[in-house]
Design a protein around this ligand. Structure first.
Ligand code: 76R
Length: 261
């Protein structure tokens, strides 16, 4: 393995989309499907790898790999493509992003001012600010170093913020952007326990500005949150979306059967 390449901040998030060429399957070597499944199994132990089979024509397989080391993600990409199943497995799309914290969260200093304005003072004030700071540190750590649980469904789509006339996100001032993201967060929190989102940044890395991966137990919740958020000002005025891909979580062994390898 080559030297690790680790971004100063954030982990790499690599989505790989594979398609099966069924015409090539009959001439694969006998152990090809098993080798492909074994590679996914082995990588699941080595990194955070989420394996999905995909509904629709955009792909047959979606792999989502999250790791601090970009060399490792690159090695995974090679191994997935270089099994004996290679003649029937095409990498048709991919998406690269990095995990990131949020620039819009309240700082401990702001929280202190807010509490003081509510009449909190002395040791009580210090204690509450300290607790808040600890929560924020944990929050940022969770954002930068996510451990995504094995929920049954995934929805992936890339998005950007619009830059058009009056609807230019990047010419809004900071307080306005923060207000919009605050409202967005509030509407998102109504889905706690039903939707888990990983929004990873891809400005300068891929064609859109973020990759959005939603994990869910129920596909109706995916439809519901994306629909509801369209009405949030942050999305209604400022969001543009790419293709949507829906995946069903599978073990590597079930995956190869389901995709007909
Ligand atoms: O994590 C937090 O709770 C803090 C509030 C928050 C931020 C800063 C938050 C909450 N998001 C933030 C940032 Mn989000 N998010 C999306 C999409 O389909 C669409 O309309 C948009 C795609 C969804 C579905 C979603 C869900 N979010 C962002 C950003 C970065 C903006 C920037 O930096 O300029 C984008 C692009 C984005 C997009 N968001 C939440 C959710 C959900 C469910 C939450 C609540 C999470 C929770 O439980 O706390």
């Amino acid at each position: 393995m080559l030297e690790p390449i680790r971004p100063e901040e954030g982990w790499g998030v690599l989505h790989l989309f594979l398609r099966v060429d069924h015409a090539a399957v009959p001439s694969l070597a006998p152990g090809a499907a098993k080798e492909f499944a074994d590679v996914l199994e082995r990588w699941s132990e080595r990194t955070q790898l989420h394996v999905f089979s995909v509904l629709g024509h955009k792909a047959d397989v979606m792999l989502m790999a999250i790791d601090a080391d970009l060399s490792l993600l690159r090695a995974l990409q090679t191994e997935v493509q270089a099994t004996q199943a290679a003649p029937a497995v095409r990498l048709t799309w991919s998406y690269l992003s990095l995990t990131e914290g949020s620039e819009y969260m309240q700082t401990p200093e702001e929280y202190r001012e807010y509490l003081a304005s509510e009449g909190v003072e002395g040791e009580d004030l210090d204690r509450r600010v300290e607790q808040f700071a600890e929560r924020m540190t944990k929050y940022t750590d969770d954002k930068l170093h996510p451990r995504m649980p094995a929920w049954e469904l995934a929805c992936f789509y890339p998005m950007s913020h619009r830059r058009e006339g009056a609807d230019n996100w990047y010419s809004l001032d900071f307080p306005e952007r923060r207000r919009l993201m605050h409202d967005h967060g509030k509407s998102g929190r109504a889905y706690t326990g039903r939707i888990l989102q990983l929004v990873s940044g891809s400005t300068g890395l891929d064609e859109w500005e973020w990759g959005v991966t939603l994990f869910a137990h129920d596909l109706a919740d995916v439809k519901d949150i994306v629909y509801t958020m369209r009405y949030d000002e942050a999305s209604a005025r400022f969001a543009e979306f790419g293709d949507f891909v829906i995946g069903l979580r599978r073990s590597p062994a079930d995956l190869v059967t389901e995709i007909g390898l």
